[in-house]
Ligand binder design. Structure first.
Ligand SMILES: [Zn+2]
Length: 380
């Protein structure tokens, strides 16, 4: 028997599984091993991954900044597909679209347009790409259009089209003929009569696509449950089980399982849409085109700071001072930071003073310098 750190239920040993406390979409696979735990039950690993992690990852801003990161490290010598950018729901009504379906527009790496017709799930309208669970089982259709710029790097487009909508049941239709290449080899389906009518529709309606009306739904609380989960996981990995059943640990637990209408948990920190976040601080603790996770002492206790591409920033208290020992605080010392770049499988864990001294130019850190050089190679 053991207790799951997220749901707190007692379960049998075979009900537990390996959990990356820092999720893989943030590059957590490259984090040091002590950020992995086996004290999470399979049900939480699965459900919280699908709904709490996905609510965060599929938020429009987070998903597009993570995509910017993968694109910034694109290596022309080893081309791979990049994720499409979601532009939101359009006002387009292509032939025979159901009333409860929407036409979502996505952009390819060279400005290609992709029109994905899918069911509209109001409850999950702020998830880029819809409800992750139904999208695995419901068959939908997406129409792919090339742009003038496709010819600059057709392989990148082709590879990106190939990996687009992986893991979802999407029938992919190419709205153009390509000489000498067979689109079915990368997952496209030949068009039927309905597809041909829609190809015609998209080709005539969307060449001036940029002035289309687009709608994006953002849930202002998309990040709260996720940040509570991250705080519980990181605190547990750093300080062990004593962090769970404390007054503050109970508030984080409430935050993780929060439902609309419940009493708001008393979490200390800043969410994304908070006026308390300081742009100078964000720049300082962030790293260009990378994810950083900072761990530092504050007057209230140990806090973590999550930053994406020096653009998006969250801070949350994960363990209050009253439960920490002298040796816990020595472990954190002047702060620690993890720099993650998923696109190049890199994770660098260092102390905060060395990181800041690199950022301010006082003392260059070789591994961080190597990331910056990779980035520069791409911008030149
Ligand atoms: Zn659980």
């Amino acid at each position: 028997m053991g207790q799951c750190i997220y749901c707190r239920e007692e379960k049998d040993e075979q009900d537990f599984t390996l959990e990356h406390v820092i999720p893989q979409f943030l590059g957590g696979a490259n984090a040091p091993d002590f950020f992995k735990t086996r004290d999470v039950c399979k049900s939480c690993n699965n459900n919280l991954g699908l709904f709490v992690d996905a609510s965060f990852e599929k938020n429009w801003m987070v998903s597009n900044w993570l995509r910017q990161s993968s694109s910034a490290f694109y290596d022309k010598d080893k081309p791979v597909g990049v994720s499409l950018i979601c532009m939101g729901n359009s006002d387009l009504r292509p032939p025979e679209i159901f009333d409860d379906h929407i036409c979502e527009i996505w952009l390819g790496p060279n400005g290609e347009q992709v029109f994905w017709i899918r069911p509209h799930d109001k409850r999950m309208s702020s998830y880029v790409g819809g409800n992750p669970r139904t999208m695995k089982s419901t068959e939908t259709r997406a129409y792919f259009l090339f742009s003038e710029n496709t010819q600059n790097d057709p392989l990148k487009t082709w590879l990106s089209f190939e990996q687009a909508f992986n893991g979802r049941r999407v029938k992919k239709i190419l709205c153009a003929e390509v000489q000498g290449v067979d689109p079915t080899s990368i997952g496209f389906t030949p068009p039927d009569d309905l597809d041909r009518a829609r190809q015609e529709f998209f080709l005539t309606n969307t060449l001036d696509g940029l002035d289309r009306k687009m709608q994006i739904t953002i849930d202002p609380n998309f990040d709260q449950r996720f940040m509570c989960k991250l705080a519980i996981g990181v605190a547990y990995c750093l300080f062990g089980p004593k962090v769970l059943h404390t007054t503050y640990g109970n508030e984080l637990h409430k935050g993780l399982w929060h439902r609309d209408g419940n009493k708001e948990p008393e979490i200390r920190g800043t969410v994304l849409f908070s006026n308390a976040s300081d742009p100078v601080f964000n720049q300082l603790v962030g790293f260009p085109s990378a994810v950083t996770l900072g761990i530092h002492s504050s007057p209230a206790g140990v806090a973590i700071n999550l930053n994406i591409c020096s653009q998006l920033n969250w801070t949350i208290l994960c363990a209050p001072n009253e439960i920490l020992t002298e040796s816990n605080l020595t472990q954190i010392d002047e702060g620690l930071i993890l720099v993650l770049v998923r696109a190049i499988n890199t994770g660098i864990y260092l102390d905060l003073p060395s990181f800041l001294s690199h950022k301010t130019g006082a003392n260059s850190h070789p591994a961080l310098k190597a990331i910056e050089e990779r980035l520069e190679k791409n911008t030149n």
